[in-house]
Every structure is written in C-alpha cells, then in structure tokens.
Design a protein around this ligand. Structure first.
Ligand code: SF4
Length: 170
C-alpha cells in the first residue's frame, strides 16, 4: 500500500499521455506550439500499462489520463482498454478539451472509460475563440461531443443531462 507523508493511502494516479495539444490557449502555449517531446521519449503503451499494474499492486484504484490533450494520442483507446482491464482498477477517467470527443466518446466508453472531465474556458463562442486563438465551439457542437459518454454513464440521470444541455445552450 502506498502511503503519503501524512499517513493517507494513495489510491489515485494521474498520467500525462502526451505534451501535444490541438488547441493553443493564450495562457498555456505560444501560437506556433511548443518544442514537442520526441515520441521516442514518451511512455509506450506497454510502459504505461506496466506503471499502472505496479501502482495497482500498491493500492491505486483510480487512474486519470491527461496531456497536453490526451485524445490526440493515437493509441488512447487502446491505452484505456488495457488500463480498464487491470485487476483492482475501478475507474479510468480523462481530462480533455473535448475537441475530439464527438468521435472518441463511444469507443472510449466501450473499452471502459468511466468518467470525463471537460476543460472548457468559456461558453461564450467569441470568448472561447479569443482564448483558444481561433478554435470554434458552440453549444450544440459541444453537446454532441459530450452526450454519447454522458448518456452511457450510470452517474448521469436525465435531470443532470437537461441542466447540462441548458447550460451549453446559453
Ligand atoms: S487545451 Fe489545455 S493543454 Fe491545450 S492549449 Fe489549452 S490549456 Fe493548453
């Protein structure tokens, strides 16, 4: 069991899959992007799985995948599938800007993704465009990206879904 210096059991693990991102938020990176880490220096799928297997033996039950933007990783579905099948792992989640979620929500839900945190700087389309230096997002597009996984999750009841849809339509 992993224990932190305050005597608490460590049950969560966060893994950054990539430093790459498909947005260029003004507070995060320059317009032209950054000097990306060479792919060869990043953890392979096998290495990620090995890290999580080892962590799970030490008491980790929840894994959160982040980036950069984790959905730009070409093997993100395979990574989620492999992590979700590790004994003792109860939850696999990811934090995303949702730009690729419309395409990936179902495949990810199918292989065991249980939770998504969407990082959304503004519901106002103009503000969002300014913050991201030109990316486009409106309520309906965002809803379509979110809905497949939300409908699939047992945590999301109709009442919550209606509130989210209302919020996104503002
Ligand atoms: S979506 Fe996140 S990682 Fe990507 S540029 Fe914006 S703040 Fe940075």
């Amino acid at each position: 069991m992993f224990i932190d210096p305050f005597g608490r059991a460590i049950t969560h693990l966060r893994i950054s899959l990539t430093d790459r991102c498909n947005l260029r938020c003004v507070y995060c990176m320059p317009k032209e992007g950054l000097q990306w880490q060479p792919r060869a220096d990043q953890l392979s799928v096998e290495e990620i799985v090995r890290v999580v297997e080892t962590a799970s033996q030490g008491g980790v039950k929840r894994v959160r995948l982040t980036g950069g933007e984790p959905l730009v990783h070409p093997q993100v579905v395979e990574i989620v599938r492999r992590i979700a099948s590790i004994p003792n792992i109860e939850e696999v989640s990811l934090t995303t800007n949702a730009m690729l979620l419309e395409r990936l929500a179902w495949p990810l839900a199918d292989v065991g993704l249980t939770r998504v945190n969407i990082s959304l700087d503004s519901l106002d389309a103009d503000k969002f465009r300014r913050i991201t230096r030109g990316a486009c997002r409106n309520g309906s597009v965002c809803c379509r990206r979110i809905c497949p996984l939300a409908r699939r999750s047992v945590c999301w009841d109709g009442w919550r879904m209606k509130r989210i849809v209302r919020l996104l339509k503002r």
